[in-house]
Write a protein that binds this ligand. Structure first.
Ligand SMILES: [Ca+2]
Length: 606
């Protein structure tokens, strides 16, 4: 039909042909923060010329959201166009994507599309928590089980493929291919291969889901991109920039190929990240969400609002910024409509075309919903209500400079109630139904880190190690709680001074350590500590401490000037001590006790 119309058009310009369905290219990056798109105008250190050109040739959705702040559910959402909590794929432990759900590929095939997948899949992992420690991918749930004719499934090093990179089909597909080259380059090559195979039948529309595994950890320093990053930046930032630059270059090559194949103007491109960047020390992938609040794993914008670009040169306006919130679920509904398929009531997204073309000025969504682990949220722009567990609620105006830092809950009780009713109604349709009934420590820690420190969960009492007292252990000596004190008795034969030690901890420095002591110890000791990401004790992280001999209780105070979170503490006694008693240990920050151990009675750590 398309060929026929194209042939007729020059002669009979008034003939209206039903629009031929376009090719659809969905590029999904991984843990790629909102700020890391040059055109977003946030970070001066990023260079994404090809993505920026895509933005100039299309529309940058300023408030583009994904349906989850984590890989598996986000991918389940974008491919089905349905809130993934409806079918139980709520977080990374809840796979695989059920075979009865309809992926975009399965949706488009009856409309004549050939379908391809390249890169991270993650929808074939069995659920955790049912005694299934083994998370080997389930073959039946790989891309070929979800409607993809061709695929190159894998993140790094190992790929299950339908074709080799020269384009020859594997008779035993899915065939395991080992390719240790830089993953982004391999994924670009596989995508270009898919496009090359379309030359034989140029009139057949195609759908390609290209899920780049970048800039997700493990970070790499691929060349030539790494050397082009600014030297003064942290290594993680340089690695993320290099990996994003490699992806950017791949997008440039793909667009050049589309142009060369004459398919630029009949290809709709979505570029979206699957969730925000993780930002915790030790987990940071180098990408940046600022000025959005939060990170991967949170229902604040930092976890769910991402780079989101839609381009279709010649059909959609070029160089526009779209302000109304849109969501990854809209990709499937848009594809469904463009393929000329009947509207599907199961879809939660909407066809974005009339909105992006400017034909419909209304907002595409009255509200958007999320439920992830022990968080739930509803966005009724500009208001976002977030629930953390059963008890905590936040109302944010996402358009203010304070954004999701300023809780406006108390100022709008009626509105909060209405939003809660809507969120509750939506959550009752999910599997399992309902709002979160508990809060897990990881979710509470996210909110403590980014919004309010009072949400920090109490540290778990360490599993009592033999000889430990309230989590404290002694090396080169023994501990005993007796007579209202912790009694430290050094080993007579020990070659090194005794010390008491405690881990795990998680206390933001700097802190003041206060001990109430007495005993026969006199002389120099010290306090040493380890911070997050450090495997061992850094000799530089040591402050001296002078022990005094005496039968009276007396205080010892040590300033610990750590600028990071302290996870492990040691207090070293003088080499010649015979017995030291400790009545209490207190860690203070800004003059307030943040953690204390009292050995006067058999109390547990507070
Ligand atoms: Ca991800």
């Amino acid at each position: 039909m398309r060929l026929f119309c194209l042939l007729l058009l020059p002669l009979t310009l008034t003939v209206t042909c039903p629009a031929a369905p376009p090719n659809i290219l969905l590029i999904y990056s991984d843990d790629h923060g909102w700020a890391d798109l040059g055109e977003q105008g946030v970070n001066g250190d990023i260079r994404t010329p090809n993505m920026d050109q895509l933005v100039r040739d299309g529309i940058r959705c300023h408030r583009g959201y994904v349906s989850a702040p984590q890989c598996v559910p986000s991918r389940a959402g974008v491919l089905t166009g349905r809130y993934q909590e409806r079918f139980g794929v709520e977080d990374n432990t809840k796979g695989p994507l059920p075979l009865e759900e309809v992926s975009i590929a399965e949706r488009l095939k009856p409309a004549g599309y050939v379908t391809g997948q390249v890169g991270k899949w993650h929808l074939d992992l069995p659920a955790e928590g049912k005694g299934k420690k083994d998370r080997t991918p389930l073959m039946a749930h790989m891309p070929h089980g979800q409607g993809f004719d061709e695929y190159w499934r894998g993140e790094i090093g190992r790929f299950f493929a339908s074709h080799d990179l020269e384009g020859k089909p594997f008779p035993d597909a899915p065939h395991l291919v080992e390719d240790r080259r830089f993953r982004v380059s391999v994924q670009t090559e596989a995508a270009l291969g898919f496009l090359d195979r379309r030359r034989a039948k140029p009139e057949q529309p195609w759908f390609l889901y290209l899920a780049y595994f970048a800039p997700h950890v493990p970070l790499e320093s691929p060349e030539p991109w790494f050397s082009r990053t600014l030297e003064g930046l942290t290594k993680e930032r340089r690695q993320a920039l290099a990996m994003i630059a490699a992806m950017d270059e791949g997008i440039g090559e793909i667009r050049a190929k589309l142009k060369e194949m004459g398919q630029e103007k009949n290809t709709l491109i979505f570029f979206i990240s699957d969730n925000g960047a993780p930002t915790k020390e030790g987990h940071w992938d180098g990408s940046i969400n600022l000025p959005l609040i939060g990170e991967k794993g949170m229902l604040t914008d930092g976890g769910t609002r991402v780079p989101f670009v839609v381009a279709w040169p010649g059909t959609l306006p070029a160089g526009r910024v779209y302000e109304h919130p849109v969501v990854s679920l809209d990709v499937a509904a848009t594809a469904n409509a463009l393929a000329g398929l009947p509207a599907d009531p199961r879809l939660d997204g909407v066809n974005l075309m009339p909105f992006l073309k400017g034909e419909d000025k209304a907002a595409p969504h009255e509200r958007l919903f999320w439920r992830w682990r022990t968080q739930a949220a509803v966005l009724e722009f500009p208001w976002k209500l977030i629930r953390l567990g059963p008890g905590e609620q936040f109302l944010f105006d996402v358009t203010t400079p304070e954004g999701e830092k300023k809780n406006l809950l108390a100022e709008h009780p009626d509105f909060v109630q209405r939003l809660n009713e809507r969120l509750k109604k939506w959550s009752d349709e999910l599997k399992p139904p309902g709002l979160p009934t508990e809060v897990n420590d990881q979710d509470a820690t996210f909110f403590a880190d980014h919004i309010d420190p009072r949400f920090r969960p109490a540290p778990k009492a360490a599993a009592a190690a033999p000889g430990s007292v309230q989590g404290w252990l002694c090396r080169n000596g023994t501990l005993q709680q007796k007579g209202g004190a912790l009694i430290v008795t050094p080993e007579a034969e020990a070659k090194a001074p005794p010390f008491i030690t405690l881990s795990p901890l998680d206390i933001a420095g700097p802190v003041t350590l206060k001990l109430m002591v007495r005993g026969d110890a006199a002389g120099p000791g010290s306090v040493t500590w380890r911070v997050r990401r450090e495997a061992g004790f850094d000799p530089a992280k040591r402050v001296p401490l002078t022990w005094n001999e005496g039968a009276e209780w007396h205080p010892l105070t040590v300033e610990v000037p750590s600028t990071s979170n302290i996870i492990h503490l040691r207090v070293l006694l003088p080499a010649k001590a015979k017995q030291v008693e400790i009545q209490s240990i207190t860690v203070e920050r800004d003059g307030k006790a943040v953690q204390a151990w009292n050995f006067k009675q058999q109390a547990s750590a507070s």
